[in-house]
Design a protein around this ligand. Structure first.
Ligand code: SF4
Ligand code: FES
Length: 335
């Protein structure tokens, strides 16, 4: 689908044409056809020139620095098979405008597809339909298709969202529906982003229960009972599915990659508030940093986009309160 008429004239035609012209030149040489020889030689030179220029362009594009992400508009209207054109009365075509990241050129390329949808179709259904019926090269990450695994985060009409939980008919306009990768994470290919740094920050806050008596782990004698009040303190923050939407929406994460971020900080509070945890104030020391809670500007966009109602912005303010109450570092955050 990507092979265009331009690449036909600049790459494939000269590749095939130049050897043919050279053979014809040798034949003309032996038959003494001087005029035809000159014409053939000229054409072969032009072909070699075009081929050389297109080769130099390829070298230039592959050496472009990785951080120069540009948006190239390239509208491709794929051929839709006749049976796909048959709409039931409950269906309609919706234009999907997909901004795909090309790792070779470091460019976001805009491609347009017509997708058959019904009132239950999600954005993920539409993308999988494109992949199955029209363009198998389209890459996206997904797994459960039911808002549990947190894999399918992307930006729909400019807002971070789970593709499997975003209904197409409720979100498209006459311009269609626009889907792009989350730019708050490094881009890998098309709609797929790199979560390594995001997971490292999660690990940084020690997201597990800490108990002083390690032997009870191997020889438990009782359950860890909790009252409803104790459970309510941390339960809303334990619904995080690590989808990364909050980090993508956060203006601080997008300007300071060092910031631990709303997801990891909300989990720091989740374990701090758990009555079964015995790490105590050491958890506060872990996030009492300039790149920790004190970098949060309380924009609130993380809580706005969270699909599970975790409210990371609130968790960070609770951490700040706890740090001040504990007079943890005499009011001076660590660097
Ligand atoms: S806090 Fe919400 S938005 Fe952030 S990773 Fe967890 S579930 Fe996703
Ligand atoms: S595919 Fe699992 S949350 Fe969307």
């Amino acid at each position: 689908m990507r092979a265009s008429w331009i690449s036909f004239f600049t790459v494939y035609a000269p590749m095939a044409g130049v050897p043919i012209l050279l053979v014809a030149y040798v034949i003309a040489f032996f038959y003494g056809l001087t005029d035809i020889r000159n014409i053939l030689f000229g054409l072969a030179l032009i072909g070699l020139g075009v081929f050389g220029v297109s080769g130099l362009r390829e070298v230039y594009v592959s050496k472009r620095p990785a951080n120069s992400i540009r948006l190239k508009t390239m509208t491709i209207l794929p051929e839709i098979r006749p049976e796909k054109r048959q709409l039931k009365h409950s269906e309609k075509f919706v234009k999907f405008i997909v901004k795909r990241f090309n790792p070779k050129t470091q460019i976001l390329e805009k491609q347009t597809y017509q997708v058959k949808t019904d009132k239950f179709s999600t954005v993920l259904d539409g993308l999988l339909d494109i992949k199955q019926e029209e363009d198998p090269t389209l890459s996206m990450r997904y797994s459960c298709r039911m808002g549990i695994c947190g894999s399918c985060g992307m930006v729909v009409n400019g807002k971070p969202a789970l593709a499997c939980e975003t209904n197409v008919w409720k979100n498209y306009s006459e311009n269609g529906i626009e889907v792009s990768p989350m730019l708050g994470h490094p881009l890998l290919k098309d709609l797929v982003t790199d979560f390594d740094d995001f997971f490292e920050k999660h690990v940084f806050v020690n997201p597990y229960l800490f108990r002083k008596d390690l032997s009870e782990k191997y020889h438990p004698t009782k359950q860890y009972d909790q009252t409803k009040e104790q459970l309510d303190k941390f339960l809303p923050f334990s619904y995080c599915i690590m989808c990364g939407l909050c980090a993508d929406a956060c203006p601080v994460v997008n300007t300071n990659p060092e910031f631990i971020g709303p997801q990891a900080l909300s989990q720091a509070y989740r374990y701090y508030a758990d009555s079964r945890d015995e790490a105590g104030a050491s958890r506060l020391g872990r996030v009492d940093l300039l790149k920790g809670v004190w970098d949060c500007e309380f924009a609130g966009s993380c809580s706005e986009v969270c699909p599970k109602g975790v409210d990371p912005a609130f968790a960070i303010q609770l951490l700040k309160t706890e740090i001040i109450k504990n007079d943890f570092l005499g009011g001076m955050p660590k660097k």
